[in-house]
Unconditional design. Structure first.
Length: 486
């Protein structure tokens, strides 16, 4: 019998242990999906307090010297909750012992030692995949994710006897992980790596560029985003490099965890339901309105939004949209946090619209599920969206998404045009221009369709029938891994 393909999946977060966005969801779901396909998949995580507290762990190596400028670290092992996928945890209280957000302090600013924290993490990932691994188990593929792990591709590339191939996944190109070039010596990389054909990025070191330049293959989280990032508008300064490496670039659409996001079994919502029995959705809407202090208006649709409050997500378009649709029959519920100026603007707007507009700052996983289950429409007016997961959650919950045509949103939502309504493919509403006018017009079109219950119900069922599980995506990744090893 052939040996299983061995995969080390290095990520700075993984649900349900630690999550700040889509990266956490992917890292918690893709390795288990690959395991089901026969891959020996293991996850590598930093030892944040929430990780150490959640898992029974045993020490497999202690006092590992990773970078000479940093204290030795310990390597722990355990298993992920729910999936049972093996996980290695890098224990270093001085680097990862901070409570709260894994990247920022309580003041909302990036942690001052992020360069060291993720250099150590990336260096150990490369060691585990290289000739100086402290473990007997060695992966065939080292799968890296975003800037926090990008340096590992460089470390592996400079290992003359390395055994693993590297894959770099970009979840959001906007976060480049840039640091001053004087750190190069501390990183223990050769001086000549600081150049255009290497780590240099506009006179800084970019951990993300290390991954993009040195990895054997690059993936992004949707086919459309893979095309978009080769152009200056969405290439974030990396478009030339990505265009040059287009033959090594793949767009593989993210999946979703269909066990966690399933309205028929979801323990975080009050009333379970399915496409065949949608009455529970109406009950969830009433419960959500009561919980958020919205007026009880059974015939008026509820629009939901769960997002980071940033310009990237198009949240700044919402105030103008609300003004343009002041007389339109709908309510809005937003959950999220981010840009303080946007938070302040939305808070003022919510205060001026009691009973119609609810704003909950921060993140609440249970409330996120309740909004997906209780809303009729879900708003995602992103200026760019590498993949997006909420539009897929929404369709699974019969909550029709209103999205801008970009990245994964364009790849997953079929606009309810007359043609799509006729042939039974419509699953939501799509607009092109990143403007309040275009967003308002699209939402107005959605509200018009809501006034026709039979047609609306049919589109809901079409959306709920879409399969966004991880199986197909995992098969694409497995095919990629095998091609790299062939």
């Amino acid at each position: 019998m052939a040996r299983k393909l061995r995969l080390l999946f290095a990520s700075s977060e993984a649900h349900p242990l630690v999550k700040t966005g889509g990266l956490g969801d992917v890292s918690g779901a893709l390795p288990p999906a690959l395991t089901k396909l026969g891959v020996d998949a293991r996850i590598l995580l930093p030892g944040y307090p929430q990780v150490l507290d959640a898992l029974p762990l045993r020490r497999v190596r202690r006092d590992l010297s990773v970078l000479n400028s940093q204290e030795p670290v310990n390597l722990l092992s355990g298993k992920m909750p729910d999936s049972g996928v093996p996980v290695y945890v890098v224990e270093s209280p001085s680097l990862y012992g901070h409570e709260g957000n894994p990247y920022q302090g309580s003041d909302g600013k990036d942690r001052a030692d992020n360069a060291q924290r993720f250099a150590v993490f990336a260096r150990l990932a490369a060691q585990l995949a290289g000739t100086d691994s402290p473990l007997r188990w060695c992966p065939d593929i080292l799968h890296l994710n975003d800037w926090q792990t990008g340096l590992a591709a460089a470390y592996l590339a400079f290992d003359p006897a390395r055994r693993a191939k590297s894959v770099m996944s970009v979840h959001n190109l906007a976060f480049a992980g840039t640091f001053p070039p004087h750190l190069l010596g501390e990183l223990e990389l050769p001086w000549y790596s600081y150049q255009m054909h290497g780590l240099e990025f506009y006179q800084y070191i970019s951990y993300l560029k290390a991954g993009l330049y040195y990895a054997d293959h690059i993936t992004t989280v949707s086919p459309s985003y893979a095309e978009e990032i080769q152009d200056p508008e969405l290439g974030a300064g990396f478009h030339g490099l990505l265009h040059d490496r287009h033959s090594d670039l793949s767009g593989i659409l993210n999946g979703i965890d269909t066990k966690v996001w399933n309205p028929a079994t979801d323990s975080q919502i009050k009333h379970r339901y399915s496409a065949a029995r949608l009455a529970g959705k109406t009950k969830n809407r009433s419960a959500l309105r009561k919980h958020l202090g919205l007026s009880d208006a059974p015939k008026i649709p509820l629009v939901g939004m769960v997002t980071r409050l940033t310009d990237q997500k198009g949240v700044d378009l919402v105030p103008a949209m609300m003004k343009a649709l002041e007389q339109a029959p709908f309510q809005l519920a937003i959950l999220g946090g981010g840009d303080k100026s946007i938070e302040k603007q939305l808070a003022a707007l919510a205060a001026s619209m009691p009973g119609r507009f609810s704003l909950t700052l921060g993140y609440d996983e249970a409330l996120a599920h309740q909004i997906e289950a209780g809303a009729d429409l879900f708003l995602m007016p992103s200026r760019y969206e590498p993949c997006g997961l909420n539009q897929m959650y929404s369709m699974r919950y019969g909550t029709l998404p209103v999205v801008r045509s970009t990245g994964g949103l364009a790849d997953t939502v079929t606009d309810a045009t007359p043609e799509a309504l006729h042939d039974g493919t419509a699953t939501g509403f799509v607009f092109k221009e990143a403007s309040a006018e275009a967003l308002s017009a699209c939402l107005k079109r959605a509200l018009s369709l809501y006034a026709h219950p039979r047609v609306w119900r049919r589109v809901q069922k079409q959306a709920m029938a879409r399969d966004f599980g991880w199986e197909q995506s995992a098969k694409r990744y497995l095919e990629l891994y095998r091609d790299l090893l062939a």
